[in-house]
Write a protein that binds this ligand. Sequence first.
Ligand SMILES: [Ca+2]
Ligand SMILES: [Ca+2]
Length: 217
Amino acid sequence: MHTTKITTIAALSLFGITATASANVIINGGFEAGSGADADNWGELSGPAGFVGRSDAMPNSGGWAAYMAFDHVNNDPAGAAYFMEQNQPVGSIVAGELYDLSFHAKVDSTDFIGMDTFVQSLWLDQDASDGGGVRGEMLTSLIGLGINDSYQQFTMNGLVAADGADSFLLRFQISAGAVDNIANGLSVDDVSLTQVPAPASALLLGLGGLSATRRRR
Ligand SMILES: [Ca+2]
Ligand SMILES: [Ca+2]
């Protein structure tokens, strides 16, 4: 009877591990937390001819989305990047594990002359235990992925957290060339980054727990 109880606890802890691993690593991925244009947990970095920040104009869900825009119609043209990024501390990801990235995004216009728009992830060694700096990078053009002027979901599954990385930076960006009379904006909402559960490893952990229980008795 006692053995059965311990086994049950081992099984429960197995499910606990799986549940934790599937949680969204991104904080405030829906941009609902913040003060005006300043989204909590996100850095807003604007250029000289546009806007970067939270906006309530075009949310995909809830009341807010991220919005990055440049306007060379009403401002002098300037080559610049407009982006929002989230950088998390040491221990926020596990090197070598797989992660699924998902977000909803749209642009104001599908006229892409003089501009590009990206999603970028940097896998960082912030405690410098493996040499420090950027250990791996993913940079993907959203134009290449078929972004248009209606929200759609983008998913990038099985991103590998680079060897030696302990944390990450995720960035959404719209970039303008120094081209006159162009204007566009990028809206992003409902961002998630989740570790892919590894059933085989979790099962081994569970079996390890069981055999340890047997040995103790
Ligand atoms: Ca939202
Ligand atoms: Ca902010």
